[in-house]
Design a protein around this ligand. Sequence first.
Ligand code: NDP
Ligand code: GDR
Length: 374
Amino acid sequence: MSILETVPTFTKLDLPSPEEYRKRKVALISGITGQDGSYLTEFLLAKGYQVHGVIRRSSSFNTGRLHHLYEDQHERPNKFKLHYGDLSDSTNLVYIIAQVQPTEIYNLGAQSHVKVSFEMAEYTGDVDGLGTLRLLDAIRTCGLEKHIRFYQASTSELYGKVVETPQSETTPFYPRSPYGCAKLYGYWITVNYREAYGMYTCNGILFNHESPRRGRTFVTRKITRAAADISLGKQGCLFLGNLDALRDWGHARDYVEGMWLMLQQPKAEDFVLATGEMHSVREFTEKAFREVGMELEWSGSGEQEHAIDKKTGKTVVRIDPKYFRPAEVELLLGNPAKAERVLGWKRKVPFEELVKEMVAADLKAAGSLVEDQN
Ligand code: NDP
Ligand code: GDR
């Protein structure tokens, strides 16, 4: 009999106490196929959890980041299972929760691209905002509101326009995109269900976190991939938008540990995870190109600004206004003091190491014949 089959299933009448129920260590992750979902799955499997994930049906392969975990299944059979579903489908969410009876739910699923949210505002609101409500209500429909601990992937995009720096749990929100507005709803409904129904629900207000598994349309990965490709002669030039945006960039592997820690506390609270330092897109670009042996020199201004590789004189970075956003978040800088004090969490990977690791991975991928899936 498989481990999954031995998971006890409860009816409302024979539900054990929340303490007894939580001894099973069963996690359900929405957004498991994304960057954070894949790192969190690795982390939870290593902690002895049985991990279930919600995946969307797609006409193309969308489980590339989980591939190694599938292979690993031969070693650890049935510790890991995927279920078709979507945050826009309430019935399906109720069904999955009733079937899996998780002890912890991590809501990482989202249309997570800020620029795309301006083009798909309603969809982003539906999935990122109402999707959170659907999951919370699915827990209640299953009668598990006192048994399941819930993590909501909130974001530094809630801060948006600068009101104060560094930004902490008490900084007022001022979102600057449909994505930020949708996540604002997700944040408050998570707080509201904690206060209204006594549920253990937490918001992790996470600042940008990156990795070699970062989606290729986010700026860091776009840059590291281009630096690798340009150095190998596979790409001519990198086109970017706002070079002066400042971000607080950490490593995704560090941040998924913080998510888990939030669900292990005696009391549910909201926490900022950040590095406490910020760098510009321009600086990230310079560092990434330096990793492949190129020194950049900038000239021109506005949309004409560009960078040449000093050695060859070739233009390798240009501006394309299509990457500007209708409203920009100019600066994000987080204060992780509360997470450090209460959770004992601290980021481990410094900025320079993050850039190095991402470029090295992209050089390896660009040099191999196998196309990476991220
Ligand atoms: P990704 O974009 O890499 O992953 C998003 C995940 O959500 C994917 O698995 C995607 O599935 C899934 N998804 C998209 N739409 C739906 C839907 N309708 N129903 C169910 N699942 C869906 O994001 P990250 O891993 O970087 O981020 C994880 C979460 O954390 C997101 O909610 C994001 O908004 C938030 N966040 C991220 C930060 C970061 O810097 N990375 C910072 C702060 C918050 P598919 O693979 O099929 O597209
Ligand atoms: P962000 O990440 O919007 O902070 O959201 P992204 O990497 O997309 O942009 C960061 C900054 O870089 C500027 N930029 C560009 N961005 C992209 N994508 N492409 C470009 O060519 C480009 N040129 C400059 C942007 O204008 C922006 O200022 C990420 C996502 O993971 C969210 O889901 C998450 O909530 C936040 O981080 C915290």
